[in-house]
Ligand binder design. Structure first.
Ligand SMILES: Nc1nc2c(ncn2[C@@H]2O[C@H](COP(=O)(O)OP(=O)(O)OP(=O)(O)O)[C@@H](O)[C@H]2O)c(=O)[nH]1
Ligand SMILES: [Mg+2]
Length: 191
């Protein structure tokens, strides 16, 4: 797989004027967005990961096989983030989600956590556009019955928001669960 870093955008005006089809990775700080990108792309250090929430503060663009962009979006819900920062985040997200080249947005969610208002808002917003791929992360932290319960809970929550659910995947970047399946699915999609 050929992968390279393209650019980063902190503001709407900095989003690259490109035409390749895009997959974006969105979710709370620390949910595992950067780790998932690295696992899918079989590249340990492409997207920077960290134990400290809020590591990724810009939209980072990577080119995959000269064919797609993977976009590591900045996380949200990090308590130390001030309101002004949240507004910047909102502006960047609004501009990003309007991009016509988006193939799918991937909404990542930690199966151990409840969904909060900010998650529901984002879900509603995302669903006005393309169908969404939902990815439950860190599934190594759940046993089989917890995993099933979390999936059902989430599917119901998504439906209650009228979100356009494409597929649900459960992944672990530590155990490599669900990664090949997700990659195979993404690479069948195009604009
Ligand atoms: N147990 C477990 N931990 C994981 C998994 N994936 C990522 N992590 C850990 O979760 C932490 C955050 O991972 P990141 O990939 O940096 O998360 P992020 O969503 O990019 O975070 P921000 O950039 O801050 O928004 C790191 O300590 C990872 O090692 C997983 O599948 N299982
Ligand atoms: Mg990150």
């Amino acid at each position: 797989m050929k992968t390279e870093y393209l650019t980063s955008a902190a503001k709407a005006e900095q989003l690259p004027k490109t035409i390749l089809g895009e997959f974006s990775f969105i979710g709370r700080s620390n949910v595992g967005k950067s780790s998932l990108i690295n696992s899918i792309l079989l590249h340990g250090g492409l997207a920077r990961t960290s134990r400290t929430p809020g590591r990724t503060q810009m939209a980072n663009f990577f080119v995959v096989n000269d064919q797609w962009h993977f976009v590591d979006l900045p996380g949200y819900g990090f308590s130390k983030t001030a309101n002004a920062d949240h507004r910047d985040w909102q502006n960047l997200m609004n501009a990003y989600f309007d991009r016509p080249q988006i193939i799918r947005n991937l909404f990542l969610w930690d199966g151990r956590r409840e969904l909060e208002d900010v998650d529901y808002q984002l879900l509603g917003h995302l669903s006005e556009r393309k169908p969404v791929i939902f990815v439950m992360t860190k599934c190594d932290k759940l046993n089989r019955s917890e995993l099933e319960k979390a999936k059902t809970f989430f599917a119901n929550a998504v439906q209650s928001k009228g979100a356009k659910l494409d597929r649900i995947f459960a992944v672990s970047t530590i155990k490599k669960t669900g990664i090949d399946e997700l990659r195979d699915y993404l690479f069948t999609l195009s604009l």
